[in-house]
Write a protein that binds this ligand. Structure first.
Ligand SMILES: [Zn+2]
Length: 199
């Protein structure tokens, strides 16, 4: 336990995902010793994110305008939508350069244990996008773990009556893992080898 400001900083850092008490302490002391210009840039980046970043009205990816860069890009095809859990998954798939369509960010995955159901995700918004008849293929790229699989199965059933081609990323991804941890080559292959789901 430290005094006042130092302990407050450690407490705040410790609330971040993936930062345990030891890491929080290490980061806090790193910042204490850092140049004030470096700390200033960090503070400015945090404030900018709060002030400027919002979510795309179409796909719910992070955006700095009403729509994200991908939705605004006229070179992206309108007939394929790739469904992911989080904006970080968009980044992971973009790195593979395998996908030229657009995304839909659900905001998580179905998890009965955590009390997250379809209504807590942007499923209704996805259905609305699929209704306009422009989309012919849906690629479900939820994480290769229990929640991701449950979400994929749920979505495949839900969109079944629409008659779209629905596919799931191929195996080869580390099971139980997170999409973002797959390397570009593996994720790219999983994309190419996606399998049709027949609902
Ligand atoms: Zn978007």
């Amino acid at each position: 336990m430290y005094e006042g400001a130092v302990q407050d900083l450690i407490d705040e850092l410790g609330r971040l995902p993936g930062v345990g008490p030891k890491s929080a302490q290490r980061i806090a002391f790193h910042l204490l010793a850092a140049e004030s210009a470096d700390v200033g840039r960090l503070v400015a980046a945090l404030q900018r994110v709060q002030a400027e970043v919002r979510f795309c009205v179409t796909c719910h990816n992070v955006a700095e305008a009403e729509q994200c860069r991908i939705c605004r890009d006229p070179r992206r095809t309108l007939d394929v939508i790739c469904v992911v859990e989080e904006p970080k998954d968009v980044v992971a798939i973009e790195r593979t350069r395998e996908f030229k369509g657009r995304y839909h960010v659900l905001g998580g995955a179905i998890s009965p244990i955590e009390g997250i159901g379809p209504d807590d995700l942007r499923v209704k918004e996805l259905m609305t996008r699929l209704m306009d008849g422009q989309v012919t293929e849906l690629i479900i790229a939820t994480d290769p773990n229990l929640e991701g699989e449950a979400t994929a199965a749920y979505l495949a059933r839900l969109v079944g009556p629409l008659g779209l081609a629905v596919s799931r990323l191929a195996s080869g991804l580390p099971v139980g893992g997170d999409l973002e941890y797959a390397d570009e080559v593996t994720l790219g292959r999983a994309f190419e080898g996606r399998r049709r789901i027949d609902a």
